[in-house]
Design a protein around this ligand. Structure first.
Ligand SMILES: O=C(O)Cc1cc(O)ccc1O
Ligand SMILES: [Fe+2]
Length: 429
């Protein structure tokens, strides 16, 4: 399938040539009698480089989709970090891969951790969902930009803007309020991040220069692809954590052409140009940032998406895995495949961990022992893809996450075998 390349480029695409008006956005009558509709992703007055909007040329304006909605109960998708369904996360936390959930993917979402929420428009939530091959509802998330990563099988996202094929090892981002249908040929679990804050940007590269990390051209946008379907379509929408469903008498995927810099996209995480230490010491993980949602405070992210993929380890006289640490940001981690170097046991593909702000953590005993004693020849981490959602707000654990049988209540035992350094009981030079 053909894609448009370039992060936040001003893309133009037509499923039928001649549908995009030339030199203006909203002519008195659009070509072919289509309807022009703008969707924005920033305030109208956002600065240059942060101003996000696209123009869609569609068979019906999306207001024609409006029908009275019915409230739908979705039990475990949490959108506010308050006392009603979350608790404070004091301890290091870890979960085994969750069992597949029944039902469609929206019902299957189980939020594990959350910071901030949909109403305050800050923070994030991290969830696991299950996508089955059955028919799925079309979905609109007014609360958040959604970032999804399939874990065991590829999936397809049909959106108003066109189709994104999303493999294991890809991430896909769907802006707020965009109509999207998740389609799977095989059952797969998904990691799902809701970003309640400012839409994702590429991190500033600073002295790294113009290239490296996630390169702009590797972000792929869909080409226009419409269906003129008179059949009923079931749509679900989410607003401030509440869900409603309604039936349309046609498909919302009726956009024949679009142009703009605000659209869903995919990125192959295996294209990430990982940079690291070629002298000594383990760098801070900010060097692995793929996407960053900034906060109002310069240099402090609302949420960073960080990836740990295949890479050479060559640092001299260095403890090469992550050091022991406490981070002022809070860290949710997941594993798409392979082994994560700091946690060779117990952190499994499809599993998750949370080290809340200030919570001490680091390599487990086995990782420490191996990395502190093995010969330091260059070595390569291969067949591995882990990620971290790092947010400046403390993350809470949901009631579901606290009580699910997949929670590893013995997680802290992985540091138990660590021996104290061999020193006399007390001494002072
Ligand atoms: O805790 C973790 O495993 C994530 C992490 C990785 C790293 O390379 C440095 C710091 C950090 O928090
Ligand atoms: Fe960490």
């Amino acid at each position: 399938m053909f894609y448009l390349s370039g992060f936040r480029n001003h893309h133009s695409t037509e499923a039928l040539s001649g549908v995009l008006p030339i030199g203006q956005n909203s002519p008195q009558r659009c070509p072919f009698g289509l309807y022009a509709e703008q969707i924005s992703g920033s305030s109208f007055t956002a600065g240059q480089g942060h101003n996000l909007r696209s123009w869609l040329y569609r068979i019906r304006p999306s207001v024609a989709h409006r029908a009275d909605g019915k409230r739908v109960e979705v039990t475990n998708w949490v959108s506010q970090a308050d006392d009603s369904n979350t608790c404070i996360a004091f301890d290091p936390l870890r979960w085994c891969p969750l069992a597949d959930a029944a039902g469609h993917w929206v019902q299957s979402v189980r939020t594990l951790t959350i910071a901030g929420g949909a109403t305050s428009q800050t923070g994030m939530s991290a969830s696991i969902a299950t996508l089955h091959p059955e028919q799925q509802p079309v979905f609109q998330n007014h609360d958040a930009e959604m970032l999804v990563m399939p874990i065991s099988a590829a999936m397809t996202l049909r959106t108003e803007f066109g189709i994104l094929e999303v493999e294991v090892g890809h991430l896909a981002v769907v802006p707020r309020s965009v109509f999207v249908e998740f389609i799977g040929d095989q059952t797969t679990q998904l990691y799902l991040l809701e970003n309640y804050g400012i839409p994702f940007e590429l991190p500033h590269r600073g002295v790294i220069g113009a290239n490296g990390l996630a390169n702009e051209r590797d972000f792929e946008y869909p080409v226009a692809n419409y269906i003129k379907q008179p059949k009923d379509t079931w749509v679900m929408e989410k607003r401030e954590g509440e869900f409603r469903g309604f039936t349309l008498d046609h498909s919302p995927f009726d956009v024949v052409g679009w142009h703009g810099n605000h659209a869903p996209y995919r990125y192959d995480l295996r294209r990430f140009n990982t940079l690291g230490s070629i002298s000594y010491d383990h760098p801070d993980p900010s060097i692995f940032t793929v996407l960053s949602s900034p906060s109002q405070r310069a240099g402090v992210a609302n949420v960073d998406v960080v990836v740990f993929g295949n890479r050479w380890l060559v640092a001299d006289n260095t403890f090469r895995p992550p050091w022991y640490h406490r981070n002022v940001m809070s860290e949710f981690m997941g594993l798409i495949y392979g082994v994560y170097d700091a946690k060779p046991n117990g952190f499994l593909p499809g599993g998750a961990s949370l080290h809340n702000a200030g919570v001490s953590h680091g390599p487990d005993y086995e990782a420490y022992f191996k990395a502190s004693t093995s010969a330091l020849a260059p070595s390569k981490l291969e067949g591995t893809l882990a990620f971290m959602f790092e947010t400046s707000a403390p993350q809470r654990m949901t009631t579901f996450a606290a009580n699910t049988p997949e929670r590893q209540k013995d997680y802290v035992e992985c540091w138990k075998a660590i021996l104290p350094a061999n020193l006399p009981d007390s001494h002072r030079d």
